[in-house]
Design a protein around this ligand. Structure first.
Ligand code: ZN
Length: 168
């Protein structure tokens, strides 16, 4: 059985043909899909979807693009979402210095906080890294032990090694 570990099926782009897209995936042998929540709103939709549909699970996190929205209130909402058993991971989170949609300091703060929450809850973290390899590696090396998914991986060995170390 194939598992799609990273699908933005909750995105509004799928509002017209979500069921058809899922049916095509199943027909192609995909038995399970992890629906990514990259914002708290997307995560709430992912949660609904995963609760309603067999063969789906979901994640909840704050993407580096959205890191400027990280706050005590955002953390409280994230923890509420993650309390549901269909939530299998935290993320996606990470650092994106290519687009810099949020200030880098805010990205690091949100990334570190979500790594801490994941370790506390015993859930893996879905990590997004773009043009920020040194800082992603440094943050991972300082993070509590836990499982990480380095998704859409195009980084070099420092990030790979840091990911392996944090999971060790
Ligand atoms: Zn993604």
């Amino acid at each position: 059985m194939l598992v799609d570990a990273h699908c933005h099926l909750g995105d509004a782009a799928f509002d017209q043909d979500r069921d058809a897209a899922l049916a095509r995936a199943r027909a192609a042998g995909v038995g399970h899909v992890v629906v990514i929540g990259a914002t708290l709103d997307e995560a709430a939709r992912a949660l609904q979807l995963a609760r309603a549909t067999p063969g789906l699970s979901a994640t909840a996190g704050v993407h580096p693009h959205e890191a400027r929205s990280w706050s005590p209130d955002a953390e409280r909402r994230l923890r509420e979402l993650l309390a549901d058993p269909v939530m299998v991971a935290v993320g996606e989170t990470g650092l994106d210095y290519h687009y810099d949609h949020s200030p880098r300091e805010a990205q690091r703060r949100a990334f570190e906080a979500q790594l801490g929450i994941a370790a506390e809850l015993g859930k893996p973290v879905v990590v997004h890294a773009r043009d920020a390899d040194d800082d992603v590696a440094a943050v991972l090396r300082a993070a509590p032990r836990g499982a990480v998914v380095l998704h859409s991986f195009s980084s070099g060995t420092p990030v790979f090694d840091a990911g392996m170390d944090v999971a060790a």
